[in-house]
Design a protein around this ligand. Structure first.
Ligand code: C5P
Length: 294
C-alpha cells in the first residue's frame, strides 16, 4: 500500500488577461501550496480502477478528477493492471482550494510509482493539464509558483521564501468555477479597479516577512463574481481585516477566503474569533505554507 498527501493551494494573486477562443481564460496567478492536505492510499489490483472516499459528499464516479487522472495514465502507458484508490478528504470541496486538482495530481504520481510506468514530471504535467488547469501546479514540490496560460504553465519560485500563516474560511456554499468565470465575462466591462502587477506580489513575497507589502499585492479578478454569488464572502473579508489580518482575499473562484496573518498565534486568535461568529455557516482552518516536498 502506498500512501501520499495531496495538499491544498491558495491563489495569492489571480489576474485574467482575456478570454481565449477555446472558452478558457488566459491568466497570471501566484499559487501557494499549503500544509492542509487530503490523503490518498493506492493498492495494486489485477484489473479495474476503484475509488472510495470517506466523504459521502464527493462523487467517486467518472466525474471525479482522481479517477479521470488514473484512467488517463492507464491509457497513456497501456497499463494492463488496475488499482484501488482510497481518498481521505480534509480539504473542503468546490471551495477554491484546489482539492480535486491536487487529488488528481497525487493520483498521477502514486500510480506512476505503483505501476512502474516511469513517466517524468514533465510528462506527467502534460497528462495533468488534460485533467484540469490547476493540476500541473501540484506536481511541483515547491511551495510557490506562477501559473500562466490557463494556469497550467508553471514556473516555480526558487530561493529563500517565507512560510506564511493564514486563516482560511470556507462558507458552506460550493461555487461552480465555470459559473464564476461566466459571471466575470458578463460583468468585466463594469470593472474599473486597477490591478497591481504579479511582479509586485512576487517581489513582496521575496522580501520576506514584510507582510504589508504582500498584502498590497494580493489580488483576484474573480472575487467580485464570487461575492455576487456568495455575499457572505464580503462579510468574512471584513471580519478577517477586523481581526488585524494584513490582507484578506478570495482564493481562486471561491468561496474560500483567506487572511494573511503575522504568525501562528495571530492566526489561531483570528480563527477562534471567526469560528465563534459563524460556526454553522462556514468552516475555519489555520494553515501555513507547505515546506519543500511536503
Ligand atoms: O481547467 P478546469 O477544468 O479546472 O476548468 C474548469 C472550468 O473553469 C473551465 O471549464 C472553464 O469554464 C473555467 N476556466 C477558465 N479559464 C481558466 C481556467 C478555468 O475559463 N484559465
Amino acid at each position: 500500500m502506498l500512501r501520499l498527501r495531496a495538499p491544498a493551494k491558495l491563489n495569492l494573486y489571480l489576474r485574467i488577461l482575456g478570454r481565449r477562443p477555446d472558452g478558457y481564460h488566459e491568466l497570471e496567478t501566484l499559487f501557494e501550496r499549503l500544509d492542509l492536505a487530503d490523503e490518498l492510499a493506492f493498492e495494486q489490483m489485477r484489473e479495474g480502477l476503484h475509488l472510495t472516499c470517506d466523504d459521502p459528499g464527493l462523487s467517486c464516479g467518472e466525474d471525479n478528477l482522481a479517477l479521470q487522472a488514473a484512467r488517463l495514465l492507464q491509457r497513456a502507458c497501456e497499463v494492463g493492471r488496475g488499482a484501488a484508490i482510497r481518498l481521505t478528504k480534509r480539504i473542503p470541496i468546490a471551495a477554491g482550494l484546489g482539492g480535486g486538482s491536487s487529488d488528481a495530481a497525487t493520483t498521477l504520481v502514486g500510480l506512476n510509482q505503483l505501476w512502474n510506468t516511469g513517466r517524468s514530471v514533465s510528462q506527467l504535467c502534460e497528462l495533468a493539464a488534460q485533467v484540469g488547469s490547476d493540476v500541473p501546479f501540484f506536481l511541483h514540490q515547491h511551495p510557490f509558483a506562477i501559473g500562466r496560460g490557463r494556469g497550467e504553465r508553471c514556473e516555480v519560485l526558487t530561493g529563500p521564501l517565507p512560510a506564511l500563516w493564514h486563516v482560511v474560511v470556507t462558507p458552506k456554499t460550493p461555487l461552480s468555477t465555470p459559473e464564476i468565470y461566466a459571471d466575470w465575462d458578463a460583468q468585466k466591462s463594469a470593472l474599473t479597479q486597477a490591478a497591481p502587477s504579479i511582479t509586485m506580489a512576487v517581489h513582496a513575497l521575496r522580501n520576506g516577512p514584510a507582510m504589508a507589502g504582500l498584502a498590497k499585492g494580493l489580488y483576484n479578478d474573480l472575487e467580485p463574481a464570487a461575492i455576487r454569488r456568495c455575499p457572505v464572502i464580503g462579510d468574512i473579508r471584513a471580519l478577517l481585516l477586523e481581526g488585524a489580518c494584513q490582507g484578506a482575499l478570495t482564493s481562486g473562484s471561491g468561496p474560500s477566503v483567506f487572511g494573511l496573518c503575522q504568525d501562528r498565534s495571530h492566526a489561531e486568535q483570528v480563527a477562534h474569533a471567526i469560528h465563534r461568529r459563524g460556526a454553522s455557516r462556514w468552516t475555519v482552518h489555520v494553515v501555513r505554507t507547505a515546506r519543500d516536498g511536503e
